[in-house]
Design a protein around this ligand. Sequence first.
Ligand code: NI
Length: 182
Amino acid sequence: MAKTPKAATQKPVKVHEVVKYPEPVLAKRGEEVTVFDASLKKLINEMFESMYIAQGIGLAAPQINISKRITVIDVSFKKNPKDKIVLINPEIVDRTGKQLEEEGCLSLPDIREKVSRAEWVKVKAQDENGTFFEIEGTELLGRCIQHEIDHLDGILFIDRLSRLKRELVLRKIKKLQKNGEW
Ligand code: NI
């Protein structure tokens, strides 16, 4: 059976292109969000849509060329509505333990490496209305939170690798660029 077509009046959500390394915006600290208005809510909606279309479980605003401290996360990829998280001006206020797992990034397609992260983090952030809240995360969520907050500070996961591993990854990217595959 075909899906019911959407009502004609419903505007399609704008999908933003995800920029790749070495786009300069990815190395910049994003600006604090100070205005919590309808256009912010619209942007957040677009960020979720852009993330899902790119098959991601986390997306930071700098990855769509918007240098602001906003990130969206959904580690269960639409399976559990409770996993849809918006972090605005987030700050890690506590962390413990260590985990070493493979990570990927929409801005570094096909690159996957093990990255050392805290096992548990506690984050203070604002929601889309500007209200402060705290959230804790372990395992995949904890890792995703740390990965996305890094984006807001201009840090990519490859910046957290050993110098040798990072060099190897950069060499691989250069080769792909040369072949027009990046
Ligand atoms: Ni990323």
